[in-house]
Design a binder for this molecule. Structure first.
Ligand SMILES: *[C@@H]1O[C@H](CO)[C@@H](O)[C@H](O)[C@H]1NC(C)=O
Ligand SMILES: *[C@@H]1O[C@H](CO)[C@@H](O)[C@H](O)[C@H]1NC(C)=O
Ligand SMILES: *[C@@H]1O[C@H](CO)[C@@H](O)[C@H](O)[C@H]1NC(C)=O
Length: 498
């Protein structure tokens, strides 16, 4: 478990600083207010703020960028939610641009031209105050003046993000009374529980300001070597991607345990499984995958496939399917193991397949946009990348299961949700590890609804732990199912059953 994040010698200094800022600021800093955004002509439905919080000791070092979208509902009462994308190395602008941010981004006419922004009717800011944080330093718009900071890991990141929160609340003390939640997806399956434990320990230790922390949500989250590593084979079998025969062969050869092949026969069968899955879009098995930037339309419009089938993987957001992504992200089927997280080139692939970041890249690297966001220019903060290779990251917190047990047994509410067509962190692993905590089932497996349609399945446990699937969604749930995503989010925050 992570140790307390500051040394006793720096504590008095920190407290002095906190007391000084508390007395000076009682409301959001006007200098952080975002008044316009290139590509958007309309009126903001609520206030937006953006800027840096420096968590270095002397005003140098790590500068973490946040974007705050004040709730379009009741800002004083609605929850405050910190959103983290994963990677490690991916920017939370992934969530802002492609998932549940206040705008839908429409690509510009020409390659590299600025996108047009339209209001997103399914923005999570409809029901909550949202903080999008680029973390750790080196990711997205966050940077450090000491490049040595770019070597980091789970525990350091959790501790830094906790420091960020304490300083952020000093700038925005009006949000201290709102219920506070932490949310994220993918590798944030590690960021969220490790940070939540730092926050819980801080509350326990009387660290000021006192956060009104209530619970957390993780979508398709990396959790545990064994559970996540064992998840792919049963997923592929259940989804009809490998034959019954191969399933039985691999099951026999590996004796039902796939995460760490114990013999050559098991290894060989697993390679066969990998080969059969290789050309699929790992982030949503129903969606097309663009295997190179040149091949943009694998399904032609006059395809003989029935329309219902062609529509299976469609998202109802007005965005092109994302095609490519470079840099660091959790490597496909590479083991989720302790130690340094390998980069894609090291795994023999120069890019993450099937994922596009053109709109976000064009927007966030534009000087006028950076200026409007109160973000540093490229010469200071670096180029914005969806997922960066600039950091060197160590997975050093081990399995997340002990963190989840700790948090849920202290009364913090947890929602573990999965887009059920994601093959990157398949729901089969999340379903299995939530079950493995041994909590009593108090809401047995059942469909949950959006309108009169089944939107997925859920199982509720004691200690306010809920597992839930979103039918037909991929790795980034709100990108594929924005309406259902907002519905499950709203219901979880409200505290009722979903
Ligand atoms: C914003 O205004 C510009 C210039 O008038 C126009 O070309 C563009 O289509 C408008 N965008 C939206 C989203 O309305
Ligand atoms: C959770 O972790 C904290 C800090 O490591 C520890 O003090 C506390 O006893 C743990 N709580 C439970 C219920 O396991
Ligand atoms: C579950 O959450 C509710 C609402 O936040 C809270 O009142 C209750 O005490 C929690 N239950 C447990 C077992 O922690």
């Amino acid at each position: 478990m992570a140790s307390l994040s500051y040394s006793s010698s720096s504590l008095p200094l920190l407290l002095l600083f906190l007391i000084a800022t508390v007395s000076l600021s009682s409301a959001a800093p006007e200098s952080a207010l975002i008044t316009h955004l290139p590509g958007f002509n309309g009126t903001f439905p609520s206030k937006h703020y953006g800027g840096y919080v420096n968590i270095g000791e002397n005003g140098d070092g790590k500068s973490l960028y946040y974007y705050l979208v004040v709730s379009e509902g009741n800002p004083a009462k609605d929850p405050l939610v910190l959103w983290l994308n994963g990677g490690p190395g991916c920017s939370s602008f992934d969530g802002f641009v492609y998932e549940h941010g206040p705008f839908n981004f429409q690509a510009g006419d020409k390659q590299g031209s600025l996108p047009q922004l339209h209001l997103n009717p399914y923005s999570w800011s409809k029901v909550s105050n949202m903080i999008y944080l680029d973390s750790p330093a080196g990711v997205g718009l966050s940077y450090s003046t000491n490049t040595v900071d770019y070597e980091t890991g789970d525990l350091q990141t959790a501790s830094d993000t906790h420091q960020f929160l304490l300083k952020w609340f000093e700038l925005y003390p009006e949000f201290l009374k709102n219920p506070f939640f932490i949310a994220g997806e993918s590798y944030a399956g590690v960021y969220v529980p490790t940070l939540a434990c730092e926050v819980a320990k801080g509350i326990e230790a009387g660290v000021k300001p006192v956060l009104n922390f209530k619970g957390y949500m993780v979508g398709n989250g990396v959790t545990d070597d064994e559970f996540d590593g064992d998840a792919l084979v049963p997923f592929a079998h259940g989804m009809g991607l490998i034959s019954n025969d191969l399933f039985q062969e691999v099951n026999t050869a590996c004796q039902g345990s796939y995460w760490k092949p114990s013999n050559a026969n098991c290894q060989q069968k697993l390679e066969r499984v990998d080969w059969e899955l290789d050309d699929l879009n790992i982030y949503d098995i129903l969606e097309p995958c663009y295997h190179s930037p040149e091949i943009k339309e694998p399904i032609s419009d006059n395809s003989r496939l029935p329309a219902s089938f062609r529509r299976l993987g469609e998202t109802d957001r007005p965005l092109p399917v994302r095609k490519r992504m470079f840099g660091r992200s959790w490597p496909y089927r590479a083991p989720v193991r302790a130690g340094r997280v390998p980069t894609w080139p090291e795994l023999g692939s120069s890019s993450v397949p099937c994922t596009d970041d053109e709109v976000a890249t064009a927007w966030l690297n534009n000087d006028a946009v950076r200026n409007a966001l109160h973000a540093q220019v490229e010469s200071v903060a670096g180029a914005w990348e969806l997922c960066t290779g600039r950091i060197e990251f160590y997975h050093d917190a081990g399995s997340m299961i002990k963190y989840h047990k700790n948090l849920t047994s202290q009364g913090y509410r947890a929602l573990i949700f999965s887009g059920d067509h994601d093959m990157c962190v398949p729901f089969t692993g999340s379903e299995a590890w939530t079950r493995s905590l041994g909590y009593k089932v108090i809401d047995a497996w059942r469909p949950w609804y959006f309108g009169d349609q089944v939107a997925g399945y859920t199982q509720g446990y004691e200690n306010n732990l809920t597992f839930l699937t979103v039918k037909g969604a991929g790795h980034t749930v709100p990108e594929y199912k924005p309406r259902e995503g907002l519905a499950l989010y709203t219901r979880f925050l409200a505290g009722g059953s979903i």
